[in-house]
Write a protein that binds this ligand. Sequence first.
Ligand code: ZN
Length: 234
Amino acid sequence: MIVMTPEATEANIAAVLKRLETSGVHVLVLPGELTTAIGAIGDPEGVIEVIARGIDMFDCVLPTRNARNGWLFTRRGDVKIRNARYRDDTRPLDESCACYACRHFSLAYLHHLQRTNEILGARLNTLHNLYYYQTLMRELRESEVVLEICPTSNLLTKALPHEEAVRDVFRTFVDRGVCFTIATDGPEMMRTHLRSELALLHRIGALDEDELAEANRQGHDASFIAPVGQRVAG
Ligand SMILES: [Zn+2]
């Protein structure tokens, strides 16, 4: 779910919707005042693109899954490490990246690990992609971006395999000062609603009551939708 800010013009919204549809990304368009809320997007370019168009709430779930499949995100573009062009390449994956994989290993070695299905390859790839997203998130945080996340969606898709992983992610957000808010992706399909998402996070020790209130405040502050009572009569 992406919620657009007042800066998101209709032309921008139409452009984003078109891009998402042609990318095969699920697009959810809600009626009335919620027309500017659209479905999830997770690739780094997509995140940056929609931010540039005035959107500042999003969620992303694919860095680790792509990493295991040898799909790596870098500043120079995506690297599919299985590709034969990397077989003899002694450079690091991303010279501008300070992650463990980039500091210690070459493209050729990562290529070899992926080709031979060595589990170390999946781990190094994952380290890099998470580091990349962390760097991206830090830059986004400095741009006052608010991350929107649905715990149940992440559990059902196995993006987060169990409740402890959900707790770890939220504690990481809090520890690193990431602005985030809680949402429900497809509440009717997942048989959830916002209250049960908040109760889940509280029950598993992901967020205390003050932190839940803060997450809700972040969502309200980032939303383009005026609070009830301040809306202009139609
Ligand atoms: Zn790296």
